[in-house]
Design a protein. Sequence first.
Length: 357
Amino acid sequence: MLYFYFDLFFKEFMFYQNILKPLLFLVNPERAHYLVAHGLRLIMKIPGVSLVFQFVYGFKHKNLAREVFGLRFENPVGLAAGFDKNAYLVDEYANLGFGFIEVGTVTPKAQAGNPMPRLFRLPKDEALINRMGFNNDGMFAMQKRLAARKSKVIVGGNLGKNKVTPNEEAEEDYCLSFETLFDDVDYFAVNVSSPNTPNLRALQEKEPLKKLLIRLQKLNQSKQKPKPILLKIAPDLTNEQLDDVIEIVLETNLAGIIATNTTLSREGLKSPADLSNEMGGLSGRPLRERSTEVIAYLHDKSKGKIPIVGVGGIHSAEDAIEKLKAGACLIQLYSGFIYEGPGLIKEINQAILKNGL
């Protein structure tokens, strides 16, 4: 009976869309994010509540499970990096029905990130602009939290470099975090595509990227059981640059590509200029089409040899299906999770099952 009332409250009356979201959107975006995170953590400590959330938002079926780069995912819907930067809420987000959670971006040393305000909502576009700047507690703090987690959900570690580290020494930062987190994550994502750390995207150029990935793979192969390493790329790359990415990924035997990060483009936005001209990476609905184009290009050009995690502008089950049909094996949510709420996870999984994907 308790489950019935919770189900009625959360689903029939659209609690998130009609009550929680309007209240949260009255608050500064970054503050709202932390309010939800802390609230979720507190409420999940109440005995039985985690089971209620699993019942309301979870959706399990054997046909949703899949093997990708040697890992078994209970379902293909994941939480993108940037949402749980410090691995505070892995268990809590797992209770919402995610098939995997990517934590970070993490850097070796803790850093405060860019000055506030640094996160902006664009409601007319159902988008976000962020210039967070890899704010995080550092690799050792993350490692301790991951070691203490209870859920068995697949966890990816998204790696970056500290702002003060010059590009010439960036390899050391990625390798340090790789070593520290190796025993506590299931896969790694190499982030060289954030627009909010000065000169970071220069590491996407062919030679420095190849050098970095060779170094990481050499370190990986020295382990008894190597972990999958993925590359996260920007949506702003040209087709020629995407060709280079495919060549490098195949040559270095990387496990896959995450496509895509946020964009610097502001094309077609409806929001007022004071919002749309804010510096930083744009995510959300306006990114959907370009992200899908990149996924389709990578899939076609590589002849399906490279597993792709699709992320960017997924705000509905239809958006998710589009990504999967374009060639993605898995998908990740970020802005869509904020705008549509946790019910989106279940909606997507049900649609995937219905479409036989």
